[in-house]
Write a protein that binds this ligand. Structure first.
Ligand code: M6R
Length: 604
């Protein structure tokens, strides 16, 4: 987590840093700070504070400079405080850090600097270590390389040295740094979104490399001093147009973008109603060879994997296990050359997913990743990548990334079933035609959002809710429940309806609203019975029912559009996203930046 940024050039560095930090706030928003090089005193001056970047903006209004570094923090080591905010200055070294330093304690003891530290962070120790080496021969590059070789953990660092004007150093291990330049100077950041407006051409700083960044650009070496020429990439997202465009929150905007981004994701990967991954040069033999599939992901992305499991097992007859990335390597997973590992990630930077992917590769698995952010670490580490066309997702709560990931799983299902000879061409075409109906079904849900808004009132004062569904509705509700928890702070649990009575039904009272989803025809009568069971224990039930399944036996609070049963997951989750959204916004919460969270989780 945490976002870092740096700029050196001819323009107002404060403006570049603050603007970039506002974009990077999705990576953490506990505190923020900048350091600007003061040419009169020949030192880097630090200004930092607890709170959002908007506060830092106010505090730095009079600060000036043409070279600087900045940081927005998601607290790991050390509480949320002014002192623990970045940048950290020790001696002549000022730095910003994204990542975790695992051996900070032993370095602290080795340096004997405890009494000189101003913060409780692991990052300040890195500044102390680099400073210690810098005092020996005043070579920034040598000091940085010696120091980072001693560090264990993950890091992206932006570093300035007192006495060295117009220059920043950047170094990375795992945590990302992207770089670009124009006539005004050179820029570094954790994410291209923060600096993409300055150039359409950028590169990702290679791992275990140090960049000396000055007004004229970059000089990059590995840790042995050998020059590295980075691979240039072209920005293909319109990041200049990433405002809220009239919506009060990014989350609502992103929910409403779903019909178009799902359609784009499907259309760019189909031709003649057949799935077609040739644009991404996917090695299709992976679908032929694989005998088992392991999906690895976290949070929402993992829930998309559960939709994938349902589809792939049904249509391709390949066993699929869905794994939390953080547990994967420690569960002694069974991997062989017939295992296809599918990693799913919006950011492509989630450290648990990245490390699990590397582990699976080392152990001989074939790998495919479904990623939204182009060129991200997971995309680079994977043998095959299918990109989702969700575009930039800013709200911490993931919506359009999820539904485009699910859309890709439909495409993978059709492709693998065809390759394995389990679906004829006609059947595949029929499947893809049904998939093509999804964007307009999602649009119908969005068009009915005022009704969902009214229903959300029933949840405003609830402390606990349950969500119940069967079959494909269950993974949809796991995602719905996560959405409600993370942005409205209401405790919510999703249950496969039949399981509730094996213990948890004890928690059902007239104070626990229950949300029930009914989109699966063959499970309808069982689900109706399960709803009656909670109603007879006092629960108020809000029902979302596929139109064609509406029935006198159960009242319908929101009618979902008609799609075939295996295609209900995406429109249904859109209704749930809207429900969570309205609860959060009507509670007056900061929908886009829920407490304690960060959009990109780069610590294990
Ligand atoms: O960037 P990723 O898709 O790898 O992120 C994984 C999770 O952290 C993420 O899906 C998280 O659960 C969502 N922000 C929840 O809305």
């Amino acid at each position: 987590m945490c976002g870092i940024i740096g700029y050196t050039g001819y323009s107002d560095a404060r403006g570049v840093l603050i603007k970039g930090l506002k974009t990077l706030e999705y990576r953490g928003y506990d505190s923020a700070g900048i350091a600007l090089y003061n040419k009169n005193k020949n030192v880097a001056d630090v200004i930092k504070c607890k709170g959002r970047v908007a506060l830092l903006d106010e505090k730095t209004k009079d600060a000036a400079g043409t070279c600087g570094i900045g940081h927005t923090r998601w607290a790991t080591h050390g509480s949320v405080s002014d002192e623990n905010s970045h940048p950290h200055k020790f001696g002549e070294v000022t730095l910003v850090h994204n990542g975790i330093i695992e051996n900070f304690n032993s370095i602290k003891n080795q340096l004997g600097v405890e009494s000189m530290l101003k913060s409780d962070t692991d990052s300040e120790i890195v500044a102390a270590l680099i400073n210690a080496y810098y005092q020996k021969d005043k070579s920034p590059e040598k000091a940085i390389i010696k120091a980072v070789k001693e560090i264990t953990g993950t890091f992206a660092l932006g570093i300035m040295f007192d006495g060295i004007e117009d220059t920043i150093y950047a170094v990375r291990n795992v945590s990302p740094i992207v770089c670009c330049q124009n006539d005004d100077g050179a820029y570094i950041a954790s994410d291209i979104m923060a600096i993409g407006e300055y150039s359409d051409n950028y590169f990702i700083l290679p791992e275990l490399a140090v960049a000396k960044v000055d007004r004229n650009g970059f000089f990059i070496t590995d840790f042995h001093g050998k020059e590295i020429k980075p691979k240039m990439l072209k920005l293909d997202w319109d990041i200049k147009n990433n405002g809220k465009t009239g919506f009060p929150f990014y989350m609502e905007k992103e929910i409403c973008e779903q019909p178009s981004v799902i359609e784009k994701t499907i259309k760019s990967r189909t031709s003649g109603d057949m799935p077609d991954f040739s644009g991404e040069k996917i090695d299709e033999s992976i679908f032929e060879k694989c005998e088992n599939i392991t999906v690895i992901a976290c949070g929402t992305a993992m829930h998309a994997g559960l939709i994938g499991k349902h589809l792939i097992e049904k249509y391709c007859k390949i066993p699929v296990s869905v794994n939390m990335a953080s547990e994967y390597m420690y569960s002694d997973p069974i991997i062989n050359e017939k295992t296809l590992v599918i990693c799913v990630s919006q950011s492509g930077e989630t450290i648990d997913t990245l490390e699990a992917l590397k582990y699976a590769k080392r152990n001989g698995a074939m790998t495919l990743s479904i990623v939204n952010v182009r060129g991200s670490s997971i995309a680079q580490a994977s043998d095959n990548v299918i990109y989702t066309d969700a575009g930039p997702e800013i709200a911490v709560a993931s919506t359009k990334a999820y539904t485009t990931q699910a859309a890709v799983f439909y495409l993978i299902t059709a492709k693998a079933a065809y390759i394995k000879g389990l679906m004829s061409k006609d059947k595949v075409r029929d499947f893809i035609r049904q998939l093509n109906e999804i964007p307009s079904a999602v649009q119908k849900v969005i068009d009915g959002r005022n009704e969902i808004h009214k229903l959300s009132n029933m949840l405003l004062t609830a402390e606990h809710t349950f969500m119940i569904g069967r079959g494909l509705d269950y993974p949809t509700l796991l995602e719905a429940s996560l959405k409600l928890k993370e942005i409205s702070y209401i405790h919510s649990e999703a249950f496969a309806s039949g399981e509730l009575k094996h213990g948890t039904i004890a928690l059902i009272t007239d104070k626990t609203p229950v949300i029930a989803l009914l989109t699966q025809e063959r499970l309808m009568s069982k689900q109706v019975s399960n709803i009656k069971e909670v109603q007879s224990r006092g629960a108020q039930v809000i029902t979302f029912i596929k139109s064609s399944l509406k029935d006198e036996a159960i009242k319908c609070d929101f009618a979902l559009p008609d799609t075939a049963d295996d295609f209900t997951a995406i429109p249904a989750v859109c209704a749930m996203q809207l429900l969570a959204y309205y609860v959060s916004s009507d509670k007056g919460l900061d929908v886009d930046k829920p407490r304690n969270l960060a959009k990109v989780v780069t610590v294990e």
